[in-house]
Write a protein that binds this ligand. Sequence first.
Ligand SMILES: [Zn+2]
Length: 206
Amino acid sequence: MSSIENLSHLFMKFPGIGTRQAKRFVYFLLAQDPYFVDSLAREISALKKDIAQCAGCFRFYQKRISSNSSTLCDICVDDADSSTLMVVEKDTDLESVRRSGGYAGRYFILGGTIPVLERDPASKIRIRELLERIEGSATDGLTEIILALSVNPEGDFTHDYILKVITPLAEQLGITITTLGRGLSTGTELEYSDSDTLRHALKNRG
Ligand SMILES: [Zn+2]
């Protein structure tokens, strides 16, 4: 196989990328100057070395040079409000909420959603880790868990499953569970919501 084909096959592993788009990426790269292609290659190799996954919220974060031993990201160690924990599907959702400036608490990333009718829901998201996080956060003053899933069938299904699983523990610890969703219209994916919409949805959570 030629380099064109090899690289196309790699691009086809990206989410949502088919044969045609993969080829377009390759020809795009061929048309760029060597500097661009070199820096792209360099950034890709640096990614796994410089970025770590947080042991608290599971987001990917830039490792700090000063504290190589820390396994927690800046949001989990800094003075973010530890009384609220927002549960989101993925890193890009967390970034949208952060950008909106309407939320100052902590986060937990599920790592996916559960397909409707999935027989083994627990295998699709970090539900066990979420339960552990809730238990561990209770002594940290956690009083509210905000479920912030996308407003679509899969998001709803995931929301209901999490609610069912965490409610007994939350009740036992006196933690309220709220839902971000009012104010977001049906079909809304968190990552594409603008800051005004997100701030509104946060204010009107219930
Ligand atoms: Zn974290």
